[in-house]
Structure formats: structure tokens, C-alpha cells
Design a protein around this ligand. Sequence first.
Ligand code: C2E
Ligand code: CA
Ligand code: CA
Length: 477
Amino acid sequence: MSASRPHRLIPADSRIEKSRVEKLEQHVQALMQELHQARYEQRREALTDALTGLGNRLALVDAFIDAQEATVKGAVPPALLLLNLDDFRALKNSAGHATADQILITVAMRIRSAVRENDVVTRLGGDEFAVLLPATPQNRAAAVGNRILAALEPNIDLGNNSIRCGASIGLRTAEPHHSIEDLLQEADLAMEESKNEGRNKLKVFDPATLHARLLQRQIVGELREAIRSDQLVLYYQPIVELATGRIEGCEALVRWKHPVHGLIMPDQFIPVAEATGLIAELGRWVLRTAVRQLHEWRHHPATAGHDFSMRINVSAADLQSLEFVDDVSEALAEEGLAPESLVLELTESAIIHNNELDRYTLASLHRLGVGLEIDDFGAGYSSMGYLRKLPVDRVKVDRQFVKDLDEDPSQLDFLAAIQQVIRSCGLEGVWEGIETAEQAEALRSIGCASGQGYYFGRPLPAPEFTEQLARLRTWPA
Ligand code: C2E
Ligand code: CA
Ligand code: CA
């Protein structure tokens, strides 16, 4: 509204004298301007994050609607960068609220400084920031994201000390059908990928990841039901004494007989079970089923008298459970089995954190008398030091080593050295992944005690394995 030609608020033909009218009109104009300003302030406040002065979630929605409208008119779609600080919760717990706020304010300023004037920088809450880049193709958005990461690189000065505060960023460019919720959700998925891959990096949304996550969610729901409704089955694979061919044991390997998808292999659902805590229930089921099966074999006319042990795979979560030792001893007692008839296979990564609880559980299991074996030895960190420190009595060498033998027979010297180390630690070695007679013979020639692999037998369901056991109490080499 122009000040020179004020809008006529009071009729000109009023009997009120002219100067008073003008004064009144000026007053009303001023009031209206104040109102206008107040509305503007109110709106600004409603769109602002109080701590950092950046936009808030509402501002993001507002900007997204504008950008999508522009897209309809032919503009390049907007891109969203979703940023989450790495280890912020731990930092907040150790440094306190005030310091945490100071860090958030610094981060906000750094993000702002790394983007263009018309990019919309918002804080969604906590340590989560979102930057909407109007009309920005993916490669340019990725460059902006990396610029933000670079801006966060230097330590933040906190007076008496300074800290580094990295971030993980997920990038998603908008599709025409996207709502802001879709866009945030998919950017969030990409951001989580960045966290999974070691943080402090930018990840672009990938539809395959979305698919995998959805599948994972479906699997979780169904797996819970599968454990209870007997859709899981154990397959058994023989473990053979290389010198004599005697079947000295078997490994129980779980499979899921899915009513629609058929047989699902453990690699497809064990990681999901581990990530969601379902592994405890699954582990208990495996323990009970395997031990019951061993009891059956001990009493089956065709297999009675065949003294061999059952190996089951144990996950990190089992070692962390206070009830695990009791579960094991109860399962054995119920079936009247000696503890030595059960061997627990533990991967290096399951025991690598080597904390108090792990140590306590391992010591208790050892006292109980069950066998303890390190699985996939050599595939991970493989510190020789812990071979001596842990109360384990067996080592299962990762199949990679046997595979390497085919490509380079001179590797046999190396395998002999591994075997030597295992023996000098007072442990027994089991070699897995033996697929050919040549491999079996090579390992036997360097004094390896036991082997497992397709050459001796594939994992089989209980009835078929029973038949095999009855037929071959020793392996016919
Ligand atoms: P793992 O413990 O290393 O088990 C050995 C895997 O190698 C099995 O795969 C087995 O079928 C396969 N294998 C055996 N012989 C050969 C061979 O000669 N050549 C090749 N290429 N492979 C061979 P599977 O059954 O798919 O199991 C995969 C992994 O799933 C296991 O690796 C184990 O980590 C996990 N897993 C299986 N059952 C259980 C379970 O009951 N509980 C837990 N926590 N994990 C399990
Ligand atoms: Ca195993
Ligand atoms: Ca293994």
C-alpha cells in the first residue's frame, strides 16, 4: 500500500474535519503496517528453529511445496540432503546439554556457509538437518553434500577443548509423485546406509536398498511366526577324521522352509534375526532341536553306538545372554547327553569384543564341559593371541584357505604353517570347504585332523543324514 495515496478509510463527505481524518488515517495505516509486520514475524517464528535460527520442519514443507510446483511448470526437481551427526548422542551425554547446543549452532552455521543463498537449510530436531536444494540435479546435489562434509571437517572449538563432529548424509532427488514424507523417508534410508558403511560420508538413495529393506521387514514379521510354527529345519553335514575317514561329528545348519518362497538359506535370514533380536529365540530352537536329534541318533537302531558330536553355530547375542549357559546345560540334561557331545561354533566376530560377559559365558561353558570351537578362523581379524587366551579347544579354519589351494598348490606350505600354529596352541583343527579328493589328501598329508565339505557330504535333512550315518560309519576314502 503506497503512503502517498492512502487508501480512503473514512468517507470524504464525513462531517469530521479534514485534518483529523488525515491523522486518523495515518494512525490506521501505521496500525496495519504493525499488524502486517507482526504477522510476518509470527510466520517467521513459526518457520524457524529457535536454537539455530535455521528453518524448521514446517519451513522444509513450505519450500518443498514451492519447489514441486516449480517442477510441474518445467523446472528441474529439487534434491534433499538429510544429515545426521555421527555419535552425537554419546557426545551429548559426555559433554552436556549446553555444549551440545553450541555444537549444533556451529554445525548449522557451517552447513549454511557451504550452500547457496536460495538453498533451504533446516533443522528437523535433535541432530538431524535437512537441506532442500531447489532445481538441482543429483550430481550437483552430491557436490553440495560433499562440500558440507568438508565444512564439518575442522574441529569445533569449545573454549578449553575442541572436538570433531562428522556427519552422515543421505541424498534423494524428488520424483513427481513424492510427498515430503516419501522424500524424507528415502533420504533417511540412504543416510542409514552411510552410517552402516562407516559414517562420515554421503550416500545416494538406491532403489535396490529400499527393496532389500522392505524384504527385511517382511522377513522379520514372518520369521517370528516361522520359529513358532515349525517352518525351520536343521540340515546336518558330516565332519570327518581325515586320517581314518570316521564320521566324528556333524554340523547343524538351519534352513527356513518358507510356504511360498521355498527353502531359504541362513545367509538370508540369520543377519536379519541378529539385527532384530530374534536370534535369541532362533538360537534356543536350534539348540533344543539339535540336541534332541543327537539323542535320537544315540538310540536309533541303525546309528546307536556311533559316538559322534553335534556342532551348532552360536551367535554373539547368545554369548551376551545371561541365560545361555543354563539353556545349554538344561537341553543336555533333558536328553541325558554328556556335555562333550555338544560343540559350540563361535565366529571370531562373535567373540572379538571380548568383554566381561563374553568371558564369563565362555568360562562357564568351558566349566560345563561343552566343546568350544572358533569358526571361520582366518576370515576376520584373527589375532593369534586370543587363540591361547580363550578357553576354546578347536579351531575351524575358513574355507577360503582350502579354495586358495586350487589356484596355487604352493599355498600348502602356508596351510601347514597354520596347522602348526593351531597345534602349538594345543588346539584341534577342522578344515572346512573340502570339495575334492585332492584337497582332502593334501590336508591329510600335512597332518590336518578333521575336515568338512561337499566332498564328504552336503548338508542333509535328518532322515537322509540318518541313512547316510547308518551306511557309512566311516568315510570310504
Ligand atoms: P558356517 O558356519 O561357516 O557354515 C558352513 C557353510 O558352508 C554352510 O552354509 C555350508 O552349507 C557351507 N558348506 C559346507 N561345505 C561346503 C563346501 O564344500 N563348499 C562350499 N562352498 N560351502 C560349503 P549354510 O548352511 O548356507 O550356512 C551359512 C552360514 O549361516 C553358516 O556359516 C553360519 O554362519 C550361519 N548359520 C547356519 N546355521 C546357523 C544356526 O543355526 N545359527 C546361527 N547363528 N548361524 C547359522
Ligand atoms: Ca559353522
Ligand atoms: Ca565356517
